[in-house]
Design a protein. Structure first.
Length: 71
């Protein structure tokens, strides 16, 4: 998934993932001759597309009261 040509200034986002997820993404990237960044961008784009309509969300995206202390 190439970056859109019209978006000359993409927004950078830093996230932390656990070691097992990182290893899985790295292996997928190597096996598919893709970058890990491409796989993560694709996953985010698909998640956003699936969940942009509030009535069709697959998971509860609102934090519970106990999660609100986590940033």
């Amino acid at each position: 998934m190439a970056r859109p040509k019209g978006n000359r200034y993409p927004v950078r986002l830093s996230v932390s993932i656990d070691a097992a997820d990182h290893a899985a993404i790295s292996k997928l990237a190597a096996d598919m001759s893709l970058s890990a960044a491409w796989i993560v961008r694709k996953a985010v784009a698909e998640f956003v597309a699936r969940n942009c309509n509030e009535e069709q969300r697959e998971l509860p995206l609102l934090r519970s009261s106990k999660d609100k202390s986590v940033n």
